[in-house]
Design a protein around this ligand. Structure first.
Ligand SMILES: [Zn+2]
Ligand SMILES: [Zn+2]
Ligand SMILES: [Zn+2]
Length: 207
């Protein structure tokens, strides 16, 4: 009986993952460095362009006492994940180990000093690009949810293999593909002969 329930649950989870639902990736620490409880994703302190998530407003105050120590506790040095991205997340060039940085427990590498310097302006976006080499950044400058508004740095969602920039937090929750995808600029077809081969020929659903 219970085994059957477990199987049903696993199946449900698999279906959930397979769904093309828009989401914003979360790279923050899971446990509060003050109390060790699960963090509130909306509560955090910032230190050196990195977010230290905490579980409560009380911990949010306490974390300020030693930001550097709490940052180190939130992302232990011995648990850093080396992304080993072959391509620079800034531009289509080979990434080199000499231009690397560690951000919120992830080691990312870039093609040059300039790209490395750009990283702190939108770290989550660059990490996302480094982790998902097939992701296409739409590069929209206006928010598709509130089309009057300019997009904000490091505010984005992933939807069906696309990275879409947004103007604010609430648009992350409000994004509805059926309503808002049409507000994005038309994507130029990559139409380069012999470009990226080997992609399975699943139609890109145009028209
Ligand atoms: Zn806490
Ligand atoms: Zn570069
Ligand atoms: Zn917005």
């Amino acid at each position: 009986m219970s085994a059957r329930i477990v199987v049903a649950l696993v199946l449900l989870l698999c279906v959930g993952v397979a769904q093309d639902k828009a989401f914003m990736p979360f790279y923050g620490n899971a446990k509060c460095p003050i109390e060790g409880k699960d963090v509130n994703r909306k509560l955090f302190a910032e230190h050196e362009a990195q977010r230290i998530h905490v579980c409560s407003k009380d911990c949010r105050k306490k974390v300020d006492a030693d930001l550097a120590a709490n940052l180190a506790k939130a992302y232990p040095a011995d648990k850093v994940v080396d992304v080993k991205n072959a391509t620079c997340p800034c531009m289509p060039k080979a990434a080199k180990a000499e231009f690397s940085t560690v951000w919120q427990g992830h080691k990312v590498q870039f093609c040059c000093k300039k790209c490395l310097g750009r990283f702190p302006k939108q770290p989550a976006r660059f990490l996302t690009m480094a982790l998902n080499k097939d992701l296409v950044a739409v590069g929209n400058t206006k928010c598709p949810v509130m089309p009057e508004e300019d997009v904000e740095a490091d505010m984005f969602i992933l939807y069906k293999g696309k990275l879409i920039d947004l103007c604010c937090d609430s648009c992350v929750d409000d994004f509805d593909a059926a309503k808002h995808m049409k507000n994005l600029p038309a994507q130029k077809a990559p139409g380069q002969p012999g470009g990226t081969g080997g992609a399975p020929g699943t139609g890109t659903g145009g028209g």
